[in-house]
Design a protein. Sequence first.
Length: 386
Amino acid sequence: MQWPPSREFWLKIVILLMTLLAIGAEVYARWCGFMLTSDSLQYLSAARSFRAAGVFLSPDGSHYAYWPPLYPLLINLFNDPVQSLIAINIACKLAIGWLVYLLGRRYLSRTATRVAFAAGVLFGLHLLLISVFVWSELVFVSLALALLYRLTCCPDRLFSGAPLVLGFLLCLQRNAGVFWIAGICSSWLLGRGWSLRNVAEAGVFFLLSTSGMWAWNAGNTWLIDADFAFYDQPFLSALGGNSRIAGSSLAAAFVPASNHIFWAVIFWIFMAAGAWTAWKFRSSNLVAPVVLALVYCAGFVLMGPLDVYEADRYFCVVPMVVYLPLLRALEWLCGRFAIASRVLVVVLLVCSVYPLVRMGRNAQRWHERSCAVPPTPETLMQPQIN
């Protein structure tokens, strides 16, 4: 081993400590038990019925049709669902910590910005939120970030075995995986060119990655007696309201934000700025996180009405990838203007400390809520962050 250790070694240690701190905050927040929403009961019921009878059933005995099957299967890793959930969360947090290190090394050139990126993701309220509730998003985020890294490190081998497996599992974890796969294909085409061969390759990757999701939803629509039709969606029926909800949810990653019309304006400014950035830097690896954020957000906004209490979990992965182009822009400014280096120090300090303070405050609030009213099917909670 090299001595003294390199800066890269110490960076790994710092990110590992950040990851362990994030795990500790989660454990404290759910000290009296994982918190539950109506979706949580669906996952737990499907896991229990599959273990007992080999079928996925909702709590009322109807078919488990509105959610993909991977998460209930993972909950069955151990006989005790709580043990499975703890193991899943720890494994996902460690994987996300490693992916944060890899993505930071791929996109950012300064140690300070890489630490800020790790702090923004690992101390972010969205990551804590999806860890204390029995939700499928934590596994989804792990797979989504892994697929993003694969896109940036090996674009020539994007459509090989590992990315296909990641994409397939992503779509079996959440139906929203189709938006992420669409973003992966779009960013790859934007960087490589829209030749017929490239379009065909991207199309095959899209179809193979999402095939499990289509098969699952088609079966629930036509082959079983379930009140479900995956194609029956009121597209574009709530564009304004969804824009407001999406904008406030994304802003909540950085500042406390309420569901206000102001955030709808900010959301569309963000979308326009992202589209310009994607086109301007289409030959750079910067295009991937930008296009992914744009396509993923557009997928949700164009669907039917969003539930304001569910929006933070829907968009949890977006702030994580948005940090990359924002910090990359700060690095560029430092290279152009001398005074920007001083500003960078202040910004990065805020980016590192502020999420930690908010994480601690919300962990305390959720800890008090879960211990005051122990989580049971009769005490469902509305997830909110501040």
